[in-house]
Structure formats: C-alpha cells, structure tokens
Design a protein around this ligand. Structure first.
Ligand code: ZN
Length: 142
C-alpha cells in the first residue's frame, strides 16, 4: 500500500451487483447498469429496474459528464483518513445521459466558494489501491 494511502480511509466494498461498476472504474471508465427491457440507466445498480421492474440488465459506458445538483462541505474529517483532504465536498451530481440519474461522489479540484447548482462536471478517477479506484467529479474543462 503506498505511503499516501491512509489505512483509516474507508473504501467501497463491491458486491456482485456493483462489481462491474468498480471493475470499469479500475479501467478509468464510468459504467452504468442499463435495463435490457426499457433501457433505463440506474445508479446505484439495483436488482430490479426502478422504471419497469425488469431484472435483466448489462453495464454500458457513459460520458462521465454531469452537473452539480447538491453538496455538503465537511470541514471536520469524517474519519482520520480524510485529515489531509479537507475540506471534503460530498456532492450529488446528475449524469447527462438521463434526467434524475444521480450519483453521490466527492468533488475535487474546486473551492467551496466556487460551487453552484448546475456547474458542469466531469468524472475523475483516483487509484487508491491495486484493487480500488474511486469515482470522483471535478469542474469540466470545457
Ligand atoms: Zn427497465
């Protein structure tokens, strides 16, 4: 484990349903579960489609472009592993592929004073271990 990684920082634990999402993240790709019956995208991945109830689905790549919908700024570390990353900005973003396709993720490379609803964002990937890549968002370079 690299020196820069604090063992106290919690990391996601993929389950069988979400493993394809995390496998794509390790390749620095953002994938969403797409319903085979109605083509609705879902995040987080769920067994049954929220739109039609269908259970057959596969993962597809998406653009990684999103807009900022909501956020919380943490000035105290939620756990000791975040002490060198303050302030932590926890955001809810809407992916451009589908209305109300929301993801929660950390925002990086932006000051809290520059946050505004609708801010264009793009996905970023942070390799934290050989097995874990975190999905984050940053202001879009466009
Ligand atoms: Zn569906």
């Amino acid at each position: 484990m690299p020196d820069s990684i604090s063992p106290q920082r919690p990391l996601p634990l993929p389950d069988p349903l979400s493993e394809p999402f995390w496998a794509a993240a390790r390749r620095h790709e953002l994938h969403m579960r797409k319903c085979d019956a109605c083509a609705a995208l879902a995040y987080p991945p769920e067994i049954a489609c929220r739109a039609c109830g269908g259970s057959e689905a596969h993962f597809v790549p998406v653009s990684g472009r999103a807009t900022l919908q909501s956020w919380t700024v943490l000035h105290e570390p939620p756990s000791p592993g975040f002490r060198d990353r303050l302030p932590v900005i926890l955001a809810v973003v809407e992916l451009e592929e589908q209305a109300r396709l929301l993801m929660s993720a950390d925002l990086v490379d932006i000051a809290p004073g520059d946050l505004r609803i609708g801010l264009p964002l793009e996905v970023r990937f942070e390799d934290v271990t050989d097995d874990c890549t975190l999905v984050q968002f940053a202001p879009a370079e466009r």
